[in-house]
Design a protein around this ligand. Structure first.
Ligand code: ATP
Length: 359
């Protein structure tokens, strides 16, 4: 079921409700065949932007192009998009086959062609043989597959998804994330996906557009967004992090009395935040090169299955009152090396793993 994907050009899209800006001059290029995720906290404007792409919301200003075609004034049913919603939006009085075939029926496609494309779509989402089931006889995961089959049955060039997995339990959601990504690859379809779940965004996307308060905060690949957040909001929102206030003085980064080795040019004096990912801290022997060492006391030690989370406190005489988190992967030797609560230990942070954002 291959289609020719279209790129999407979003220019200066602005949407106001009264005096409130739900979207502020959003500029974004979604590449042809790309899986792009709109990620942001609740109320940030993700759904408003997706609905503007779908045609259900009219922006006050700006342009949306699918390929070379301006669509901003086009009604939803003429935009040629597939759409999947959080609540499935299936028709309860229709069986699976009728639900999936509905967009084709609206398009006046012949009965035999509908049967063929519905079977193909159901097979793509691994629901072969369930065409005659009633919607109420399906599990949550199966309902979402039906919604997906209905969205792709007419081979759209663009697929829009609004939190499609949020009603599923964690395990199924994680399985479906991988499956949806594979499906995207096999269909070769431009996909815009909305979620507030940063892990889901990191797992599935080619690129992530982080939205906050109606503005685009950062656009990048999952690794860029995770490793090089361009401000403290993103550092805090994506992944786990401890944000430690530091100073840059005379081109030297300092945490209390400690001169930090940082992986940055620090040309401008001022206050910054050192972003520390818990998994980047390690139990140090003190001999590692190009490494910052901190003396810390262990406040808490929490077993979390695949890893142990330590809450540690920097030595207050040297660094002021600061707690941070450290994550140690749960390998076979973890038990022997795990420090006890109350113990003072030295932890290392490699220069290459330091990252500063403006305060
Ligand atoms: P969530 O993850 O909770 O769905 P979101 O990022 O998708 O959030 P939107 O639904 O796009 O957020 O809403 C963005 C802002 O616009 C919110 O503050 C919301 O209250 C506001 N908003 C959305 N629709 C309307 C409307 N019809 N009238 C007034 N305000 C609205």
């Amino acid at each position: 079921m291959k289609s020719n994907p279209l790129n999407i050009s979003i220019k200066d899209i602005t949407k106001k409700y009264g005096d409130f800006y739900a979207l502020k001059e959003i500029n974004l290029e979604v590449m042809s065949g790309e899986f792009l995720t709109l990620l942001g906290p609740s109320g940030s404007g993700k759904t408003t932007l997706l609905m503007a792409l779908a045609g259900f919301t009219s922006p006050d200003y700006g342009s949306i192009k699918f390929g070379n075609e301006e669509v901003v004034l086009k009604p939803p049913h003429l935009r040629g998009i597939g759409m999947v919603f959080q609540n499935y939006a299936l028709f309860p009085h229709m069986n699976v086959e009728q639900n999936v075939g509905y967009p084709q029926k609206l398009r006046g496609v012949s009965k035999s062609s509908i049967k063929e494309t519905v079977d193909e779509a159901l097979s793509t989402v691994k629901l072969d043989g369930l065409g005659h089931r009633g919607v109420s006889e399906l599990s949550g995961g199966q309902k979402q597959r039906v919604a997906l089959a209905r969205a792709i049955v007419f081979k759209p060039k663009i697929l829009l998804m609004d939190e499609p997995l949020s009603a599923l339990d964690k395990k199924l959601r994680e399985e479906m994330q991988i499956e949806l990504r594979h499906l995207h690859d096999s269909l070769n379809i431009t996909t815009v996906y909305v979620t507030h779940d940063q892990k889901e965004a990191l797992t599935m996307s080619d690129r992530i557009a982080v939205i906050n308060e109606g503005s685009l905060m950062q656009l990048g690949t999952p690794t860029e967004i995770y490793n090089y957040p361009n401000n403290s909001f993103i550092a805090d929102f994506i992944g786990e992090s401890s944000l430690i206030p530091i100073k840059v003085k005379d081109k030297c980064a300092q945490l209390g009395a400690l001169k930090l080795l940082v992986n940055h040019k620090v040309d401008f004096d001022g206050d910054y935040l050192l972003v520390i990912r818990p998994e980047k801290l390690f139990l140090s022997t003190g001999n590692e090169i190009n490494t910052n060492f901190f003396v810390v006391s262990v406040l808490e030690s929490i077993f979390q299955g695949e890893s142990q989370l330590l809450v540690i406190k920097l030595d207050s005489k040297l660094f002021g009152e600061q707690t941070l988190q450290m994550r140690i992967a749960n390998g076979t030797d973890l038990k022997e090396k795990l420090p006890a609560v109350g113990e003072k230990i030295s932890v290392g942070l490699r220069m290459a793993d330091t990252f500063l954002v403006e305060k």
